[in-house]
Design a protein around this ligand. Sequence first.
Ligand SMILES: [Cu+2]
Length: 159
Amino acid sequence: MALNNAVTVGLIVGIAAVIMSSAALVMLVSLNDKVNTVIGHEQYENLEVGAPGINKNEFYIFTQELNADEEKIGVPVAVFSLTEIVVHKGDKITIHFINPAEEPDDRHTFTLESPYKMNYDLAGGESTTFSFTADTVGTFTYYCTYDLPSMVGQLIVLP
Ligand SMILES: [Cu+2]
């Protein structure tokens, strides 16, 4: 009889333990889901990782003539070294625009239509630095007036 009682108590304790650990597991899983949701959301909305030694919203753009036969290919073979600039509305952007060509005749421009209307025209060997505020959200193509349609990049202004 004493043995039976002990077995019964043991069984009850065992069942209770299983129920409690299941409940704990369910709570843990749901908590984990919540944490993942929060982390996932923050990663999507806010996570930005820079690189050592660079200032936020400061960009270096070089012009480059690719080693290719322009006549044969049929389009200009010059490019911008940086073809995508992603910023947020209200950011003050600084661009260092550099034309490292040996020949002064190898001109390139950094040009944007309205609302960011600008046109910086550099001879080979010249460089310039300019700043502006990203006050309009959207995607804006910057281009070189001498090397369309191929010498382009995109300024992307997020909300
Ligand atoms: Cu160009």
